[in-house]
Design a protein around this ligand. Structure first.
Ligand code: FAD
Length: 357
């Protein structure tokens, strides 16, 4: 039986907003609560909770929070304590949360403490013949499994991009019941002193981007003039990423070259690799360039809805039912033209914004 659902969330690194995936998990929690006729409680962990609570108060009248500067840090020991207090106060038998790296670390501890069960990377949770049923992918996203659990509480971390986000109207001064949690000094031994991250314009993996742009080894191969053009390739790709905001993926052949410290596409790492032995990102659209579209690569495109490819070879893998559209063309020329159009569009937007001011 599932009578009490707890939606658990924390702010993102800014401390003032939720991560996008929190709205998606909240959407799933609201839908499930309606289907199960279960009570929905919102549980929040962080330092400055009121504006966050206001923004989602329309989803449930019951909001509990563990508040304090010591809970602003992404620290497994304090997050697990806070989550435990919220779960007990809500008498939760189902705990739904976004699969943020913070909760992925802390919530397995919660399952242990509550003698419950936890499942990570869940892609959906729905009722099948009246039973709560989860789905998730196994074996490098090749097999989709469905399963149920009888143990409660059941803690479910939902992957991002799997549910429509909740988008109700924000409220003002939502009632928040504060749950107090005593922390012993050893729980606060770890302290986050800062975050080292690449500048956002050098960050090429952008999970929230509308478009996945894949670069293949063709960018580094000899072209019709008998020469390679790595500098031009690098310039064109970086310019495209900057103007389009796309996320960058690579084929294995290309990222392996970068690993060998060749000068070619220095910004490309194994983290960019898409495919059987790489990532399976989720984006509404994908554009493959200079990549042959072999099965071990394309298997990583499972969650890309609209697939397009640019390749000189009309018999490449993309032409065999793997892409919705294949442009048989030189990617160097196509991307140069696209960059020109994107820059022009950005200028026009800027001018019309100035004109409307
Ligand atoms: C066990 C196993 C696991 C693997 N896992 C992965 C994986 O996770 N991800 C992955 O990507 N691969 C994986 N592979 C490798 C995969 O089979 C391919 O070898 C790899 O994807 C090929 O990369 P590519 O298409 O970029 O390079 P290539 O096969 O060299 O293709 C380059 C393409 O660029 C095109 N081209 C060249 N110049 C231009 C131009 N100017 N304009 C347009 N097109 C141009 C060519 O026509 C060609 O089709 C795996 C293989 C094995 C055996």
């Amino acid at each position: 039986m599932t009578n009490h659902i707890l939606f658990l969330a924390h702010p993102d690194e800014s401390g003032t907003a939720f991560p996008k995936s929190a709205y998606e998990s909240l959407g799933a929690a609201v839908a499930l609560a309606q289907q199960l006729r279960a009570a929905l409680t919102i549980g929040l962990i962080g330092a400055n909770i009121q504006p966050l609570a206001d923004s989602i108060a329309a989803a449930s009248p019951k909001i509990l929070a563990v508040i304090g500067p010591e809970f602003s840090q992404p620290r497994s020991s304090t997050d697990a304590r806070a989550a435990e207090a919220l779960a007990r106060a809500a008498n939760a038998d189902l705990i739904l949360t976004p699969a943020t790296s913070r909760f992925l670390r802390a919530l397995p501890v919660l399952a242990q403490r509550l003698n419950g069960r936890v499942d990570t990377h869940v892609s959906s949770l729905r009722l099948v013949n009246g039973n709560l049923t989860a789905t998730r992918w196994f074996y490098r996203q090749r097999i989709e499994g469905t399963f149920q659990r009888t143990e409660r509480p059941w803690i479910v971390l939902l992957d991002s991009g799997c549910h429509e986000p909740w988008n109700g109207t924000p409220a003002a001064n939502a009632a928040v019941e504060q749950i107090s949690v005593a922390l012993s000094p050893e729980l606060q031994r770890t302290s986050v002193t800062g975050i080292r991250a690449p500048k956002s314009d050098t960050q090429t993996i952008r999970p929230d981007a509308h478009l996945l742009f894949v670069a293949g080894a063709g960018w580094t191969k000899k072209q019709s003039d008998g020469r390679t053009h790595p500098e031009e390739a690098e310039k064109l790709i970086l310019e495209f990423l900057r103007t389009s905001g796309a996320s960058l993926g690579g084929s294995k052949s290309l990222v392996d070259q970068s690993g060998e410290n060749q000068t070619v596409l220095a910004f490309m790492t194994h983290l960019n690799q898409v495919g059987q032995t790489g990532a399976t990102p989720r984006h509404p659209k994908g554009l493959s360039t200079c990549c042959h579209g072999e099965e071990p690569h394309v298997v990583g495109w499972r969650f890309i809805n609209d697939r397009r490819a640019i390749n000189l070879d009309p018999n490449c893998g993309w032409a065999r039912g793997k892409a919705d559209v294949l442009y048989v063309a030189n990617a160097f020329e196509v991307i140069a033209k696209l960059n020109e159009l994107l820059v022009q569009r950005a200028k026009e937007k800027e001018q019309s914004a100035v004109a409307s001011d």
